[in-house]
Ligand binder design. Structure first.
Ligand SMILES: [Zn+2]
Length: 219
């Protein structure tokens, strides 16, 4: 076979793989699941295997056909360590999309867990755990600040009167509405399909075709 022909075939197969990857990426939905145990207990008990199928597909709302569809791994902070957890995934037989169930102490696309992040937003700086993750946490704060105008516009007055002055911190408003960051992260996704850091395709219903928000750092 000629070299040009081989190159062309390589390119075509590359485009096919890329196209398939994009299709699969678009097919993934994420739900935030309340989990009553901590990160280590979750790992040690293989909790991902005990999670029941979601009651409905968050993409097409079908209530019949969700079946277990393996897991994917992602990293999350635990004290000064990073722990790999497995996230349960389910497949909708009707629309062919997958729905993953992210434990609610994990933030979408953020490595540092929700409790440590909340303590940073509360102003804690001296604790060794905060110091250990401070580079990540600073970037989270920066991202929250830059996304704040979009978040406020998106939820409108759904969380009470939002901060009115530019640059006013967002966290006290969110805290007043939801109490904890854990609750806020879960309910912002379920109610408004948004996070404190951005709006992501994996939280959007059928037909959403906006580009990804910036700031994604992994599953
Ligand atoms: Zn579906």
């Amino acid at each position: 076979m000629e070299r040009e022909e081989l190159s062309a075939q390589f390119l075509i197969s590359g485009f096919r793989v890329f196209g398939e990857a994009m299709r699969l990426h678009d097919a993934r939905m994420q739900q935030i699941l309340p989990v009553p145990i901590n990160v280590i207990e979750y790992v040690e008990s293989d909790y991902q295997d005990q999670i029941a199928s979601p009651s409905h597909c968050s993409h097409c709302n079908d209530t019949q056909g969700l079946c277990r569809h393996g897991t994917y791994g992602r990293w999350i902070s635990w004290c000064l360590e990073t722990v790999r957890i497995l996230v349960a995934r389910f497949l909708c037989r009707k629309c062919g999309r997958t729905v993953s169930c992210l434990p609610d102490w994990a933030l979408s696309y953020r490595r540092v867990n929700v409790h440590t992040t909340e303590r940073y937003l509360e102003g804690e700086r001296a604790d060794p755990e905060i110091s250990h993750w401070v580079i990540h946490l600073r970037s989270y704060q920066k991202r929250i600040d830059s996304f704040a105008p979009t978040l406020v516009r998106s939820v409108n007055t759904g969380l009470g009167v939002p901060p009115s002055k530019p640059g006013q911190p967002l966290w006290p408003w969110i805290k007043k509405a939801y109490g904890t960051l854990q609750s806020a992260a879960r309910q912002l996704v379920s109610t408004f399909r948004i996070t404190l850091f951005g709006r992501y395709r994996c939280h959007q219903p059928c037909g959403f075709d906006k580009p990804h928000s910036a700031g994604m750092t992994g599953g």
